[in-house]
Ligand binder design. Structure first.
Ligand code: KIV
Length: 282
C-alpha cells in the first residue's frame, strides 16, 4: 500500500517530521524510496535540473506526465505528487480540472501540486470536490519569477507577511491536504505552521515547518557551482561523477579499458574456422 494523504496529515498530528524530495526518473525515485522517503514530488524544477533551463516556465504538462509516469511505475510505497506546470491550471477551473485529470490518469500520481494562494482557492476547492488531492504552494512561486523579479524571499514586509497568512488559510479552507511554503522568513513559516491544521512542507522556510522538501540534485551536490542558501549538500556526487568520467576517458585513451574481465569470449573452434576461411582478413 502506498502512503496516502491521510498518512501525511497524521504525521503532523503525531509531530513526525515529513520528508519530501523531488524525483524525475527511475534512478532518483528508486534511490529516494529505498532511503525511506514517503513523499516524492515530480516538480517543475525538472525544467532546471533535467532540461537545463534557468526557470520552470518552459515545462509543459506532457513533460511532467512523462517523468511522473516513470516515478510512479518504479515505486511502490511513496505518495507521488505531480506538479502542475506554468499556466496549466490558472486559465480557468475547467482547464485545471481537465489537466489535473490528465496528470492523474496518464501518470498515476496520487496528488497534484499547484502554485498559488488566496486567488487559487476556488480552483483548489473544485478539484478537491471531484476527488483530486491538492498540495498547495505559497510563498515564492517560481512560475511567477518574471512577475516577482527573481527567486526572492517572500513575506518580509508587513503587507507581504499578512498576504501569506491569508494565502495559507485560504488554501487550507479550500481543502488542500498540505502546503509547500517556499522562501519565507522562518518566524513567519513557523506562525503559518502553528495556525494551520494541514502540514506545511518548507523549502527555505526554516525548521518550524511540519516537513521539508528539497531538490534531489541539490542535496546530492550534483551542481558544483550552485549552492542556494536554502539547501545543504549531503554529498559531493557531482565531483565524484566528474572524476569517474575523467578516469573512464583516461583508461579508454590509454587502452586500459575494457580489460579482459569486461570482455566476452567465443569458442576456439568457431574462431579457428573464421580464421581458416579467411573471414577475418581484408
Ligand atoms: O518544482 C519543484 O521541485 C518544487 C519544489 C522545490 C517545492 O516546486
Amino acid at each position: 500500500m502506498r502512503v496516502n494523504i491521510r498518512d501525511i496529515q497524521k504525521m503532523k498530528a503525531d509531530r513526525e517530521p515529513i520528508v519530501m524530495i523531488t524525483a524525475y526518473d527511475a534512478t532518483s525515485a528508486r534511490l529516494s524510496e529505498a532511503a525511506g522517503v514517503p513523499l516524492l514530488l515530480v516538480g517543475d524544477s525538472l525544467g532546471m535540473v533535467i532540461q537545463g533551463h534557468d526557470v520552470p516556465i518552459p515545462v509543459t504538462l506532457d513533460h511532467i506526465i512523462y517523468h511522473a509516469e516513470i516515478v510512479t511505475r518504479v515505486t511502490q510505497k511513496a505518495l507521488v505528487v505531480g506538479d502542475m506546470p506554468f499556466l496549466s491550471y490558472n486559465v480557468s477551473v475547467e482547464q485545471a480540472l481537465t489537466n489535473a485529470a490528465r496528470l492523474m490518469q496518464e501518470s498515476h500520481v496520487g496528488a497534484v501540486k499547484m502554485e498559488g494562494g488566496e486567488y487559487l482557492a476556488g480552483t483548489i476547492r473544485r478539484l478537491v470536490e471531484v476527488g483530486i488531492p491538492v498540495m498547495a504552494h505559497i510563498g515564492l512561486q517560481p512560475q511567477s519569477v518574471y512577475k516577482v523579479g527573481g527567486m526572492k524571499v517572500q513575506g518580509r514586509d508587513l503587507d507581504g507577511a499578512r498576504q501569506l497568512l491569508r494565502d495559507a488559510e485560504a488554501v487550507e479552507q479550500a481543502g488542500a491536504f498540505a502546503v509547500v511554503v517556499e522562501s519565507v522568513p522562518a518566524p513567519l513559516a513557523d506562525m503559518i505552521t502553528r495556525k494551520l491544521h494541514i502540514p506545511t512542507i518548507g523549502i527555505g522556510a526554516g525548521a518550524g515547518c511540519d516537513g521539508q522538501v528539497q531538490v534531489f540534485h541539490d542535496i546530492l551536490g550534483m551542481f558544483e557551482d550552485f549552492t542556494p542558501r536554502h539547501t545543504k549538500q549531503y554529498a559531493n556526487v557531482g565531483a565524484i561523477m566528474r572524476e569517474a568520467i575523467g578516469e573512464y576517458a583516461r583508461e579508454v585513451r590509454e587502452r586500459k579499458f575494457p580489460a579482459e574481465e569486461n570482455s566476452f569470449t567465443m569458442k576456439d573452434d568457431v574462431l579457428a574456422a573464421l580464421s581458416a576461411n579467411g573471414d577475418a582478413s581484408h
